[in-house]
Design a protein around this ligand. Structure first.
Ligand SMILES: CC(C)(COP(=O)(O)OP(=O)(O)OC[C@H]1O[C@@H](n2cnc3c(N)ncnc32)[C@H](O)[C@@H]1OP(=O)(O)O)[C@@H](O)C(=O)NCCC(=O)NCCS
Length: 160
């Protein structure tokens, strides 16, 4: 596989981001911890291989903290997810954020392992939070990765 490059997302990526969100999460919006985000409206980084987009991370910087709102690698196990996280981590540090954090769901065993291997620590567990989010976004599936019913949010963080 050719090497990929990481670049900031641009307004011209919006349509692609919306369609990736629809394909991956059933909706252009992401609902987590009671907040509703549209990743296409957020800053982000894109992994590109040749002229093809192969990954996306979006984030939201708040006072002193940076949330990873979405992360998608379309070619797994080649370092794309790690490189996208590194790009946001650098951005968060430049913005003097003290905390980089994200929410994933109880079914996503790959993500839970992936983030911990990259230094994230478990920070919170919100039982039933996805059931609540489903009331706002009915497209959230009942069954997720590995055939596991999706109910709960898991928050992970790194102190910068
Ligand atoms: C979780 C996710 C983002 C990981 O992305 P990824 O691009 O596969 O991540 P990486 O390639 O950086 O790392 C995955 C593994 O590949 C390995 N790897 C990296 N580069 C490699 C290479 N050149 N050759 C072989 N293996 C490699 C890494 O070591 C890593 O293994 P480890 O976790 O045991 O250390 C991806 O699986 C994904 O998009 N999942 C669906 C959406 C999702 O769940 N998003 C997160 C929700 S919060």
């Amino acid at each position: 596989m050719d090497q990929f490059v990481i670049r900031p997302s641009l307004p011209s990526d919006r349509l692609w981001i919306n369609s990736l969100m629809r394909e991956s999460f059933g909706d252009e919006r992401v609902v987590a911890h009671g907040a509703i985000y549209t990743p296409a409206d957020l800053p982000g980084f894109i992994a590109e291989q040749g002229r093809e987009r192969v990954g996306l991370i979006t984030y939201n910087i708040d006072i002193e903290s940076c949330e990873i709102v979405s992360l998608n690698s379309l070619v797994e196990d080649r370092g794309i997810g790690s490189a996208l996280i590194a790009a946001v981590r650098q951005k968060a540090a430049q913005a003097a954020c003290q905390r980089l954090w994200l929410v994933t769901t109880n079914d996503n065993l790959r993500a839970i392992g992936f983030y911990q291997k990259r230094g994230f620590r478990l920070a919170d567990l919100r039982p039933g939070a996805v059931d609540e989010a489903r009331k706002i976004k009915p497209a959230i599936p009942l069954i997720g990765s590995n055939g596991i019913p999706i109910h709960d949010e898991i928050e992970l963080e790194i102190h910068l």
